[in-house]
Design a protein around this ligand. Structure first.
Ligand SMILES: Cc1ncc(COP(=O)(O)O)c(C=O)c1O
Length: 403
């Protein structure tokens, strides 16, 4: 299959959509964390079958019972991920990544923690957009650094950040900016101008930029992803980019990710704190799956994006028509939507309300920003029938309990 023969959004659901029974039979966190009558719409995991190319790559090792220390193309297998990442960045963005300046690691959260520890000292500050993916805050505080929020303000045109306001919090002790692009949970895709402004700011304050781009494949019409490092040599001089195939190809359990350093100095500084063997190496099946996804997964991915965009548009239309008091900005990327339920008049937290009254489990807003307990994050990466059931249950719970 190539991109020209990619199925449309409807075809994707028909081919790769899974029923609730199939999903409940799976042994993953999304469908096992809550009671079986609760529909999970929280963790960033999708309810679809896997790209056939990935399955085939995994089967090769499984069928051959080939679980020894892995070599691929005559080299240690980690190198295959680095090469596939470099090929993909060149193909998608014309961005040149040196595979020698990468590390294959198990996951992005690990890489975030390690980068915070490598590029700052205890007691120093780390800027993080807020609301934010919760492990970013944890990485800062668990490592004994302090959290410097960069608020994402909801404006008419979408979520934006204000670097002039951030200046007031800057001291030489602030060392790192964690950038999440596309941003979880707002679904923003930052423009070249916004990224250039961040680069100017980072240069002015001599910050290392840790750019988490895990959602960068999942971009909807009208937006375009630009890797921070692709801004050019000034950006490369201070950035560490994190990515994996795990979100867009739905293989987070295979634990394979890439850290890409902008310069040899950045890699050397990282390795001074974490000598090469400390973080371990990546498992063979994760490597094969990632290489298959990045080299051969575009047809499946294109079908997926069509489906996700249709689900986004459907959720947006129904929420606007049936729950107009719920406020949100239409995500430009990801399968996540950040819903502000403050105007619903819920007494406790929005998470508890929907969990108890609708039997739908969202991600609680307060995990993304302290105090945001009237907000929830919806994951719409599911089939249309399940998404409709989520929305039906939300609407019924609000009508039954609130007006
Ligand atoms: C922005 C972001 N970074 C990292 C992760 C997790 O990545 P990993 O499983 O590789 O730690 C997620 C998962 O949802 C995410 O949304």
């Amino acid at each position: 299959m190539n991109i020209a023969t990619t199925p449309g959004a409807g075809d994707f659901d028909a081919r790769f959509g899974l029923t609730k029974e199939q999903l409940l039979a799976r042994r993953n966190a999304k469908w096992k964390q809550y009671a079986p009558d609760v529909i999970p719409a929280f963790v960033a995991d999708m309810d679809f079958g896997i790209a056939p190319e990935i399955q085939a790559a995994i089967r090769q090792s499984v069928d051959a019972e080939d679980y020894g220390y892995p070599m691929r193309d005559g080299q240690k297998a980690d190198r295959a991920v680095a090469d596939a990442y470099a090929r993909r960045m060149a193909r998608l963005y014309g961005w040149s990544v040196d595979p020698d300046l990468t590390l294959a690691v198990a996951d992005l959260v690990q890489a975030t923690y390690a980068s915070v520890m490598a590029f700052s000292e205890p007691g120093q500050g780390v800027i993080v957009q807020e609301p934010n993916y919760p492990p970013f805050r944890a990485a800062v505080t668990d490592c004994g650094r302090y959290f410097v929020p960069l608020p994402m303000a909801a404006t008419e045109t979408g979520y934006t950040f204000d670097l002039a306001a951030l200046e007031a919090q800057m001291t030489p002790e602030v060392r790192i900016l964690i950038l999440c692009n596309p941003q979880n949970p707002t679904g923003r895709v930052f423009t070249r101008d916004e990224l250039a402004a961040l680069l100017d700011f980072a240069e002015r304050h001599d910050l290392t930029v840790i750019s988490d781009e895990i959602h960068s494949d999942l971009i909807f019409d009208g937006a375009q992803h630009l890797p921070f490092g692709a801004l050019g040599p000034r950006a490369m001089a201070r950035c560490v980019t994190l990515n994996s195939a795990t979100k867009s190809f739905n293989i987070p359990g295979l634990r394979t990710a890439i850290v890409s350093f902008g310069t040899p100095d950045l890699k050397a500084a990282f390795e001074r704190r974490f000598p090469a063997r400390v973080l371990g190496s990546v498992n063979a099946i994760g490597i094969d799956a990632t290489v298959a996804a990045w080299d051969h997964g575009d047809a499946w991915l294109t079908g997926l994006i069509g489906h996700l965009q249709a689900m986004r548009d459907h959720a947006v239309a129904r929420l606007r028509a049936e729950l107009p008091a719920v406020r949100f900005r239409v995500p430009e990327a990801t399968y996540l939507c950040w819903l502000d339920c403050s105007d619903l008049g819920i007494e406790g937290t929005a998470f508890d309300f929907f969990h108890d009254e609708a039997r739908v489990a969202f991600s609680p807003g307060e995990n993304f920003r302290p105090g945001a307990d009237k907000m929830v994050r919806l994951n719409f990466a599911t089939s249309r029938p399940i998404l409709d059931e989520i929305l039906d249950r939300m609407v019924a719970a609000v009508r039954r309990n609130i007006r």
